[in-house]
Design a protein around this ligand. Structure first.
Ligand SMILES: *[C@@H]1O[C@H](CO)[C@@H](O)[C@H](O)[C@H]1NC(C)=O
Length: 168
């Protein structure tokens, strides 16, 4: 008698498990109307971090210690940082970029120290604040303001060396 009730209980559990499994497979996920679209093959900087700002522009940046990126800094500018691990004599490529969603265009930004393992937040005025990093960037704070309208392309990262009291 007791054995039978255990078997019935197991059968009920199995039936419930099967029902949940199949129901889960059939139910469409909400938001299924969305879709992905490839807008550009590459902008030349990997998006280790990516933040959409209030002006509909996306700030993208990668670590700096792996060598050159595929996006050159403008005007022959180079990053010469003796504490840089791979290219201490100079790196003329960007490790950050601003992507303008409406224009589907990207421009290089200048980040000086390694952002690896940094953390970010957006201040109430829309400024992206990024702190910490790795190697030369352990104690740095970086801010990226919201660019003005009308195709303003003058804004860029500002970095404050050793802004943190201790390493990230
Ligand atoms: C840079 O270009 C190389 C060679 O075309 C490619 O393998 C790599 O994925 C590119 N990296 C980025 C971040 O675009």
């Amino acid at each position: 008698m007791e054995l039978r009730s255990v078997r019935q209980s197991r059968a009920r559990h199995l039936a419930l498990l099967l029902l949940l499994t199949f129901a889960g497979g059939i139910a469409p996920a909400s938001g299924a109307d969305g879709r992905w679209e490839l807008l550009q093959r590459s902008i030349g900087v990997s998006a280790m971090h990516m933040q959409l700002l209030h002006n509909d522009r996306v700030i993208i940046f990668d670590r700096t210690d792996f060598g050159r990126s595929n996006l050159s800094l403008p005007g022959g500018r180079c990053r010469v940082n003796p504490r840089e691990r791979v290219l201490p004599a100079g790196d003329c490529t960007a490790h950050s970029a601003e992507y303008d969603v409406a224009a589907n265009a990207a421009r290089p930004l200048f980040v000086f120290t390694d952002t690896w393992c940094s953390s970010g937040t957006v201040a109430p005025d829309g400024t992206l604040v990024q702190t910490g990093g790795w190697n030369d960037g352990y104690r740095n704070a970086r801010t990226m303001p919201v660019c003005g309208g009308g195709g303003d392309e003058s804004c860029d990262w500002s970095e404050q060396q050793d802004a943190l009291a201790a390493n990230r």
